[in-house]
Structures are given as structure tokens and as C-alpha cells.
Design a protein around this ligand. Structure first.
Ligand code: IMP
Ligand code: MG
Length: 174
């Protein structure tokens, strides 16, 4: 059956949020360099917009983990399927995540990156489903806090579909 998609955040709302986070990062790290770690695939559009709002010397790298399959909830079993190519030791790392739900994926990634001895590590998440958290993970820059609901668009998928939609929508099963 077809999925019903309901608009949640417009392109304009997203743009405002991205600008706000970019300005905060530029201010907080003034005089420093940052490494933006994009968690593939869901954060690719957010990362590409966000790095253009960071007014600092910035490098970008990508990591991909599997934890979700094509279903709608996290299993918490995480493996790296594509690792960073950069050495992040001694660097200011900004981990860029699309959605934090249970927090299991991000906590695992955070622990694994901290073991590489960065100078600092902060987390940026576009969408925070705070009420669904199962483990504590510090999100230093949060775009929007949302209620439960399955989100797509702006890089975020449901079974690999809908990443190309420019706004953020909620899926309702038809
Ligand atoms: P967690 O481990 O439960 O926090 O799940 C986080 C990961 O699941 C995120 O990186 C997303 O890629 C994915 N995810 C969580 N909620 C949604 C959603 O509403 N839509 C699409 N993907 C989601
Ligand atoms: Mg993700």
C-alpha cells in the first residue's frame, strides 16, 4: 500500500535551523579547525548544507554504520560498514547525525570515535526524538525536537526511499 507523507518542516524552516547551528558552531570554535563527520547515508544533505554555514577551516569525512535495516526501530547492534579515511586524533570532531531516536547508534559511534583520541568531540543532530531515548547521549547542537513518528526527506529515508524530498515529512502507512 502507498505511504502517506505529511509535511512537517518546510525548506525554509530547515534553512533557518541549519543557519542557526552553523552560526553557533562558528562562534563556539572561533580560532579553531573542525572535522565534520557525516554519518551516512541520512546526514548527507544536512552535512552539505551545514558545512556551508560553518565559517571556520573545516574538513569533512564520512562514516557509515549499519544498525537499522529497513524496519522502523533500532536494534542497537552496530557495525562500521565504511570507516573514516582521516585520522581524527588531536582534532575537533563534530559528529553530524540526522535523527537520534533510541540513541543506541549514536552512543556506539561516539564511544568508537572517542577511542581515537580526538581533541574534542561534539554531536550535532538535526532531529531529536527525545522521548524515545533508551541510552543517554549528549547532543550539543540540536536542530528540532520532535514527537514520535517516522520521518523522511532531506536525506532521510524509509526503505531507501524519499531521501530526495527537499522538505521533512512524516510517514503514515496507507
Ligand atoms: P537509534 O539508534 O534508535 O537512535 O536510531 C538512529 C538511526 O535510525 C538514525 O541514524 C536514523 O538513520 C534512523 N532513524 C531513526 N528514526 C528515524 C526516522 O524517523 N526516519 C528515518 N530514519 C530514522
Ligand atoms: Mg542515521
Amino acid at each position: 500500500m502507498a505511504d502517506i507523507l505529511k509535511p512537517l518542516f518546510s525548506r525554509q524552516e530547515i534553512r533557518k535551523v541549519v543557519k542557526r547551528i552553523g552560526a553557533a558552531i562558528s562562534r563556539d570554535y572561533r580560532g579553531e579547525e573542525v572535522v565534520c563527520v557525516c554519518i551516512l547515508k541520512g546526514s548527507f544533505i544536512f552535512t552539505s548544507d551545514l558545512v556551508r554555514e560553518i565559517k571556520l577551516p573545516t574538513t569533512v569525512d564520512f562514516i557509515r554504520v549499519s544498525s537499522y535495516g529497513t524496519g522502523m526501530s533500532s536494534k542497537g547492534e552496530v557495525t562500521i560498514t565504511k570507516d573514516l579515511e582521516m585520522d581524527i586524533s588531536g582534532k575537533n570532531v563534530l559528529v553530524i547525525e540526522d535523527i537520534v531516536d533510541s540513541g543506541l547508534t549514536l552512543k556506539w559511534i561516539r564511544d568508537s570515535l572517542l577511542a581515537r583520541n580526538p581533541k574534542s568531540l561534539k554531536i550535532v543532530c538535526l532531529l531529536d526524538k527525545k522521548a524515545r531515548r533508551k541510552v543517554d547521549v549528549p547532543c550539543d547542537y540540536v536542530g528540532l525536537t520532535i514527537e514520535d513518528g517516522f520521518i523522511v526527506g532531506y536525506g532521510i529515508d524509509y526503505a531507501e526511499q524519499y531521501r530526495n524530498l527537499p522538505e521533512i515529512l512524516v510517514v503514515e502507512k496507507g
